[in-house]
Design a protein around this ligand. Structure first.
Ligand SMILES: [Mn+2]
Length: 277
């Protein structure tokens, strides 16, 4: 096993509001799909009394859990990371760490039905999992941004499969001319994946919020949105990326199981993560 490959479990649920479904999702994956695997686990609070502070629900827990993740990365200094979250707010430390380590040679593919591009102020829900990508791009709560290792530019992000954006997110995407790949084009094979190389990047991070999948194939998410990926197209897409790019990070996020059996559907996506090194 390569010492520099860090496998990280971060069952943060507070970013999704007041229920522990996402915590349970991570535990289900751990129990069924990660047997005999060593993962570093970030301890999260299970206290259900979440207080809103600085326009973020559960602020103190989110801040402290981020600080612990930053510490874990400083200690282990990984070259590659496989992260199982939790809510999408778990991405701040891994993505900004790798970006710093690679001196900006990183493109992040944000596979997600949502933009996760709100600021604490613009967020309609005040749930942190609607804000992580904006934070990675350097905007948000100042103390949270201070903990991050670096910030990325909007050129370094490619949205994939987004189809439920809030108004301020649409404005941000337009104003920054962000790459935004629709699933239809990917399904038809109309996307030339060399576009990332053409922008000058060799390394990629794949953020996979499971709500990028179509609810008909996979309804086990908190905010299902129709017209998503089927498993086959998604697996082909990430495998095609693997053939071209150095995958330095990959995550699986936001599993909100409706039943215990649903975890079996994730086997191939988890195995992909175990094999990025
Ligand atoms: Mn998300």
């Amino acid at each position: 096993m390569d010492d520099k490959f860090m496998k990280l479990l971060f069952p943060q649920w507070q970013g999704s509001g007041n229920n522990r479904d996402l915590y349970n999702g991570v535990k289900l994956i751990q129990e069924h799909l990660l047997k005999n695997q060593t993962f570093k686990e970030i301890r999260v609070s299970l206290d259900e009394e979440l207080v809103e502070k600085n326009n973020i629900i559960g602020y103190d827990y989110i801040y402290n859990q981020l600080a612990e993740t930053v510490e874990a990365l400083r200690e282990e200094k990984p070259e590659k990371i496989f992260l199982i979250g939790g809510d999408c707010g778990t991405e701040l430390a891994p993505v900004t760490y790798l970006n710093k380590k690679l001196d900006g040679d990183l493109n992040v593919l944000w596979l997600d039905a949502h933009g996760d591009l709100n600021t604490p102020e613009s967020s309609p829900s005040k749930a942190f999992h609607g804000m992580p990508l904006r934070a990675i791009l350097g905007e948000g709560d100042p103390s949270i941004l201070d903990l991050c290792f670096s910030k990325l530019s909007s050129k370094q992000v490619s949205l994939v499969g987004g189809r439920d954006f809030d108004r301020p997110e649409i404005d941000y995407i337009r104003n920054h001319n962000m790459e935004n790949l629709p699933i239809d084009k990917i399904k038809k094979g109309d996307v030339d994946l060399n576009f990332i190389k053409e922008k000058g990047y060799n390394n990629i991070y794949i953020h996979l919020d499971l709500d990028v999948l179509d609810p008909e194939s996979f309804p086990h998410v908190m905010l299902p949105v129709s017209n998503g990926f089927d498993f086959q197209t998604l697996l082909r897409f990430i495998n095609d990326l693997k053939n071209i790019y150095n995958i330095v990070g990959y995550s699986i996020q936001e599993f909100s199981p409706l039943n215990g059996d649903s975890v079996k559907l994730l086997k191939e996506l988890v195995d992909f993560g175990l094999n990025i090194d």
